[in-house]
Design a protein around this ligand. Sequence first.
Ligand SMILES: Nc1ncnc2c1ncn2[C@@H]1O[C@H](COP(=O)(O)OP(=O)(O)OP(=O)(O)O)[C@@H](O)[C@H]1O
Ligand SMILES: [Mg+2]
Length: 245
Amino acid sequence: MSETILELKNIHKSFGTNSIHRGINLTLKKGESLGLLGGSGTGKSVLLRSIIGLERIDQGEILFHGERFDHLKETLLTPYRIKISYSFQSGALFDSVNVFENIAYPLFEHTRFSYQQIKDKVAEMLKLIDLPGREHVMPSDLSGGMQKRVGMARAMILNPEVVLYDEPTAGLDPANTLNVIALMQRFKNQGLASIFVTHDIPSALSLCDRIVVLHEGKIIFNDTPEKFEKSDDPIVNKFNLSSKD
Ligand SMILES: Nc1ncnc2c1ncn2[C@@H]1O[C@H](COP(=O)(O)OP(=O)(O)OP(=O)(O)O)[C@@H](O)[C@H]1O
Ligand SMILES: [Mg+2]
């Protein structure tokens, strides 16, 4: 059996009287891609944010390679945020600096690589995201799909073990959606594990090894894409049908 990298145990989270997570248990294994589905407002983004400590959970434990880290103070979370990377829903590029500065930022921040090493790493990453030689372009001069890919490149540059994708294809046209999914597949082929939050069911089914459905604070489905498609659970089926619009 392959190794568990990330483990969520009995997670509870509320905002005031608004109870979001009511006992979530989830494991992610090495190299595994997990598709996280759920209606709008069910707490998918909050769950990703909780994993990297941008939200604090009320109860439960989050473990990385068997080590609990959810209760650590902010400064001690940095090594976990390098290993567990978060690709923001919006892409979140720095608008005032070029593509090179955007992708290189985590390397300047967290490593002691020389300037030449950083240049080489960024150049290599730009090839991987099909934007070779675009170091000097400003984000505003890129299409939405290209900006997403640059955001993903920044999330990957420190070689994380896990990446959390929050709706990476939202707002993209079909061609750019395919480009982003192809890039996620490339990262997956390199052994990267991921949690992929999306409303794009066909993309989740094509990329993921496992589909998880969040409903009313709990995980009500956690199985293969094949079982997801065959499920006769009415709530699971609602997602399945919406993918066939
Ligand atoms: N910082 C916060 N303070 C208070 N409530 C919040 C906060 N962040 C999220 N919420 C609430 O938590 C719930 C879950 O939000 P979340 O953003 O995780 O939903 P989601 O499943 O990602 O939805 P979508 O598919 O629309 O992105 C919502 O009711 C939201 O209003
Ligand atoms: Mg969200």
